[in-house]
Design a binder for this molecule. Structure first.
Ligand code: ZN
Length: 82
C-alpha cells in the first residue's frame, strides 16, 4: 500500500505544481504580442486584435484541482501508513 501511495503522489506532482502556478496567474494574462493585459477568456487581444490561443492550463483548471487533491491525499496516505 505505501508504495502505491508514493507512486500516486509522484504521478500527480505535476498537477499540484501547475495548479499552484495557475493560482498565481489569476484570470488576467499578458498578450504575447503587445504585452497588454487581457482577461483569460478573451480570444483576441483588446489592443492589437491578435488571436490568443486558449490557455490549456486554465481550461483544465478543475482537472488540475482534482489532481492536486488526489496528490495531497496520496501523500497523507503514504505518511500515515509509515
Ligand atoms: Zn496584444
Amino acid at each position: 500500500m505505501p508504495l502505491i501511495c508514493l507512486a500516486l503522489f509522484l504521478l500527480l506532482m505535476p498537477a499540484l505544481y501547475f495548479f499552484v502556478l495557475n493560482l498565481g496567474s489569476g484570470s488576467i494574462e499578458d498578450c504575447p504580442n503587445c504585452g497588454s493585459r487581457n482577461s483569460n477568456d478573451a480570444e483576441h487581444c483588446e489592443k492589437c486584435r491578435q488571436y490568443r490561443p486558449a490557455d490549456v492550463l486554465s481550461e483544465n483548471y478543475w482537472l488540475l484541482a482534482i489532481g492536486s487533491g488526489c496528490c495531497l491525499l496520496a501523500m497523507i496516505g503514504w505518511i500515515t501508513s509509515q
